[in-house]
Ligand binder design. Structure first.
Ligand SMILES: [Zn+2]
Length: 316
């Protein structure tokens, strides 16, 4: 893939809402299992990103590395891939003085993934990734709901401008904050398909004490198209979370994106040790629990996703 790739695919720019919706329906039709992608951060660190550096800058400075990571997951069979924009909101970017670059960084990330997906053919979906604001909501923290909505709306608008098919809000712990994110997305893209996943890493609850049942009810009521869990302490904690969601919401599309096992701290870094075979077994188990969009999070690589795709029968 060269720079020409962006021009060779469909013309860069927003995907029309009816096309976004049609692609979504085709991917998640009844009975279908869809393989999502794996870790971005893990792959970036393996490519030389230093801890503390903002990964979103690499969309501009190292676009070939980002492309190669996306291509690895496409080749592994992933059919929903996330842009490199987890921390691409102005509050997190402000930690490095990049708060004025939200539009540029998110739009470029979307263009990069759009170009890779189009070049690969096969109709994978480009998901605009939105992670937490990095600030704590009032009254415990200082972030007010209206400002949070603005922050997420700004990021979502840039992702849509860059040509995403859907938005994926992930790794949230606070129901108020994910509500603000859903509202922000809906402000700028009222009908875009929306996946929402929270992190249930505290005895099956989020860090802020949200249960799977409460999360799935609230997010369904707010109009999310798919709901689930990502990151956290590995499959053993995430599989019951999905099962609990399924028990109270029989019809919603459920999502599981587990870390590659329980993180272990080695030299002050989190290390994940689950082998591809273990993640393949997880993929089967979480589908049985009710998930139909299945991927992996921290510690996973294209090798894990390929094994999962083979186990699920989603690989070509
Ligand atoms: Zn993770």
């Amino acid at each position: 893939m060269t720079d020409d790739g962006i021009a060779q695919g469909s013309a860069p720019g927003p995907v029309p809402p009816v096309v976004q919706r049609a692609r979504w329906e085709a991917a998640v039709h009844a009975g279908a299992t869809t393989l999502a992608d794996g870790a971005m951060g893990t792959m970036l660190f393996a490519s030389g990103l230093q801890f503390g550096d903002p990964p979103e800058i690499w969309n501009l400075t190292q676009p070939d590395v980002i492309r190669r990571i996306h291509r690895g997951y496409l080749d592994a069979g992933s059919r929903v891939l996330l842009t490199n924009t987890f921390g691409g909101n102005r509050l997190r970017l402000s930690l490095h003085g990049n708060e004025s670059r939200v539009a540029e960084l998110n739009q470029m990330a979307a263009l990069i993934l759009r170009a890779e997906v189009d070049a690969a053919g096969g109709g994978a979906l480009v998901a605009g990734d939105i992670g937490p604001s990095g600030s704590i909501m009032m009254p415990i923290g200082t972030l007010d709901f209206g400002e949070a909505v603005d922050v997420f709306a700004e990021q979502a608008a840039a992702l849509v401008a860059g040509g995403v098919d859907l938005i994926w809000i992930e790794t949230m712990s606070d129901l108020e904050e994910i509500h603000a994110a859903v509202s922000g997305v809906r402000q700028v893209a009222p009908s875009i398909p929306l996946i929402t996943t929270m992190t249930f890493d505290t005895r099956g609850h989020t860090m802020m004490g949200v249960t799977p049942e409460r999360a799935v009810h609230a997010l369904a009521a707010w109009g999310a198209d798919a709901i689930g869990g990502n990151c956290g302490n590995g499959p053993d904690e995430l599989i019951p979370v999905v099962a609990k969601m399924r028990a109270v919401e029989p019809d919603v599309v459920l999502v599981g994106k587990s870390n590659a096992g329980m993180p272990e701290l080695v030299d002050m870094k989190a290390v994940y040790r689950a082998a591809p075979e273990a993640m393949a077994a997880y993929a089967i188990d979480i589908r049985e629990a009710g998930a139909s969009i299945i991927g992996a999070c921290c510690g996973s690589t294209p090798l894990h996703l390929a094994a999962m795709g083979r186990a699920l029968g989603t690989s070509a």
